[in-house]
Design a protein around this ligand. Structure first.
Ligand SMILES: [Fe+2]
Length: 210
């Protein structure tokens, strides 16, 4: 192979470009997710979960069955965004496998935001919304339990192909909704922390450069 072409074929963008300039709606991640261990830890906590963004109103409608507990943040029942330093909350000691999984793949430091369990009850839904103006990747969304009939739908880009154990960076500056048309709870985790750059680059490579 011509050396010049060969060097272009070895090129993969930096994680900074992928996060801030790719403008992709989602990126499937190469992550091994210990779904059984995490869902067992979360199951024991479900009775303590609180309604998330209960006050959001869209005309006469509000979200239904959207519940959360915070593993890293202010405390377990403060699930909305807040300013200021954060730390592992009082539920972290009973979630050792989940904490290990987070520490293995994300950089936990002063820039880390909330890390939460997010449940959507059977028949529940999250109404269409956008979470920021600027297009970028930051949060990771991980499907711990994704019953058939659950959809994460970008209005303009379609359905993110979540299945149990899959994880994605999602650009939530794009309008999206979530629905659980099943008889089982959907459990995801949302991690507002910096993913290790090698994971982003290897995921991008696997998606687009094979
Ligand atoms: Fe959202």
């Amino acid at each position: 192979m011509n050396k010049m072409i060969d060097s272009f074929l070895r090129y993969v963008p930096t994680d900074d470009w992928i996060k801030n300039s790719s403008r992709l709606p989602w990126l499937r991640l190469n992550l091994e997710v210990p779904t059984d261990a995490i869902s067992n830890e979360a199951k024991n906590l479900y009775s303590r979960a609180v309604l998330h963004r209960d006050g959001d109103k869209f005309a006469h409608y509000s979200h239904q069955g959207w519940k959360s507990l915070t593993l890293y943040g202010d405390n377990s029942t403060t699930t909305a965004a807040t300013d200021g330093p954060k730390n592992w909350t009082e539920i972290a000691p009973v979630c050792p496998n989940t904490v290990d999984f987070i520490n293995k793949h994300w950089i936990i430091d002063g820039s880390t935001g909330r890390i939460r369990f997010m449940w959507l009850e059977p028949g529940g839904y999250i109404l269409p919304h956008q979470d920021r103006e600027r297009s970028m990747f930051f949060e990771t969304n991980i499907a711990i339990a994704q019953p058939a009939g659950c959809k994460f739908r970008f209005l303009d880009y379609g359905t993110v192909p979540f299945s149990t154990g899959s994880s994605f960076l999602v650009d939530i500056s794009n309008k999206h909704l979530v629905v659980n048309d099943s008889d089982q709870a959907r459990l995801h985790m949302i991690v507002h922390a910096t993913l290790k750059p090698t994971i982003i680059q290897s995921s991008y490579e696997q998606n687009f450069y094979s």
